[in-house]
Every structure is written in structure tokens, then in C-alpha cells.
Write a protein that binds this ligand. Sequence first.
Ligand code: KG4
Ligand code: ZN
Length: 351
Amino acid sequence: MKILGIETSCDETAAAVVEDGRKLLSNVIVSQIDIHAVYGGVVPEVAARSHIEVINPVINQALTDANCTWDDIDAIAVTYAPGLIGSLLIGMLAARTLAVLHKKPIYPVHHVEAHVYANFLNETAPEFPMLALIVSGGHSQLVLFHNHGNYELIGQTCDDAVGEAFDKVAKIIGLPYPGGPSIGKAALNGNPLAYKLPKAKLAGKYDFSFSGLKTATLRAVQREVGVDFTFPSTQLAERLDDRKRNDFAASFQRTAIETLVDQTEKAFNDYHPKSVVIAGGVAANQELRRILSDRIPLHIDYAPMNLCTDNAAMIASLGFYFSQKNVPADPFELEVEPSISMTKTAWDTTS
Ligand code: KG4
Ligand code: ZN
């Protein structure tokens, strides 16, 4: 079964064709990173406008790359939640229109859940029960999957997502957007033990918190450059030299990654999953991969880097498994849900 996936929840316009949930036939991503970098973050109105400009060519390219015509496509899977409403609407309206026009079944897919499915595009599929650490710009969660569509949320962030903390700290120390990759790069030349930053202690055994770490980093930078806490954070970066900037990047990254790995290790020891996967943009972080592999006594088959950040292959993959247990949606009725969380979307409790 060949599924066309469509993804526009944030600042990537993406379409992909995947066969039977596992075989990647094409994967087209048009990133708006350069457009938003000048603002230091995603501007929702600009994002929606850019999606409109490229959505049709991106979908056509995905079909061409997969050597498919519409006759070869069995269904469409589209991100319906969560994300920026203006961005979600563009992909959703394109998908609904194409479903009606070409008489194809359409399946709504949850973006955060779909991130996990990048791991099903590896050569070997992860086994259940599967422990997933989902770490993106909007989410930090530990989820135990008993099977496809049957999962429980066992831990989550109490405040900021880890990707958001990477992005905010990068801004404070003067590294370009998106913060994750630029902190990762700067950290390679920094000393991770240069600054001692706190790890949050929380009530929930597998929960996370990153807002305190972000503030502690801000305070440490203010102290380092010799200004008080009222000094504007936007003017700190110019007072840091490259060595200190790299040391802050490395120290922040070490603390954030250790926080993620500590909780994942605890959950691993308590639940004894058969596989551990990581998903979402922060899953592209090399240090996270290295430390997690050191601490978890299982081989972890990491998803390719280009499938960790937003893409439509993961949407098409999850769309396949979802289609095996659910009837298609009505293309005239399907709506976007900008803020529905993953806890409410488990879709198969019979397995
Ligand atoms: O999954 P994603 O592409 O979009 C969301 O659904 O949020 O994740 C984007 C986040 C951003 O916060 C970005 O800074 C972070 O993932 N990110 C990384 C890396 N690449 C992207 N964080 C750490 N290390 C990376 N290499
Ligand atoms: Zn994402």
C-alpha cells in the first residue's frame, strides 16, 4: 500500500511516498529556516504564506521522485495536529482537496506520534514494547508503546520542551536559529564542565523540566560578563568571546542531555522494553545518541538525521499503521487541531 504523506505543521513543507509503512520511496522537504532565521524564530504568518507558495510543487515532486502517478497512490495521510494553525491548514486543505479530486481515502495523523515512526523507516523495525523518548521543539515526553496505536505517556516536561530550551539558550549566547544544531556544533569546541548548571528535581519519576536550566544559563552568562540580572538578555551575546560561547554551549548541552538520559534510563530499568527509540528534532543530537548508547544496555538503531526533524515520510509511515485499524476520515469534515496532545490520540486499545 503506497501512502502519500503531507506535513506542514510548522516551518517545513513536506511530502513523501512510503510503501507499507516501511519503505521510503520519496521524501521532499522545503525548509523555511533561512526565512525565519532573520527573526530568530518561526513567524506564524510568514510560515503559512510560505507553505501556500510551495505545497503543490512539493507534492508533485514527491510523486515524481517515487516514480508514481496518482493511480499508484492508495491513500493520503496528513498532519492534523498539533502545530501552528495557519501552517496546519495549508497542508490539510491541500490533502482534503486532493483526496476528493483523486478519490483517495484520507487519514489524519498526529505529528508528535508520527515522529516516532521515523524509526520504522530503518532497515529493522523496533520491537514492542518500545520506549520512545520524544524530544522536539514543542515536546519532551517518554512514551511506552505496547503496540501501534496503543501507548501510555509515562513522563513529560513540566514547562519548556528541550528543543525550545536549545533555541532560547542559543539566542542568549549569540548562536543562530535553530539553536539545536548550532549549539551541537559550538559544543564540539567547548568544555562541558566549564559551568556547573543545575538539573531539576521533579515529583513525577520520569518527568522533565528545562525552564530552570534555561534561566540558570542566563544567570551564569550575566555573571560571566559581569552584569546584573536586570541587564537585557539580547545584549549579552556581544560580550562573550568564542571560547566562553563554546563553553556555555557545551555545558548547557551536557546538562540538558543528561537530564533526558537519566529519565530514559530510569524508565528502561522499570519497564524492560524490547526496544528504545528517540524521535523529534533533538534526536538528531550526536551527544544524546552517544550518551544514551553508553547508558542503555540495548543496541539502539537511530533513525537517519533527516528523518528526525520534520518530514512527511514519518506521516506516511504512521498513516499506514493507522489505516490498518481505522476507517478513513471524511475529506469534507476533517479539521485541524492545533493543540491536541498525544495522550488523547492512542487509537487502538484492542491490541
Ligand atoms: O521535530 P522538530 O523538527 O520540530 C518540532 O516538531 O518541534 O524539532 C525542532 C527542534 C528545534 O528546537 C531544534 O533546535 C531542535 O529540534 N534540533 C536539535 C538538533 N537539530 C534540531 N536539537 C539538538 N541537536 C540537534 N542536532
Ligand atoms: Zn516535529
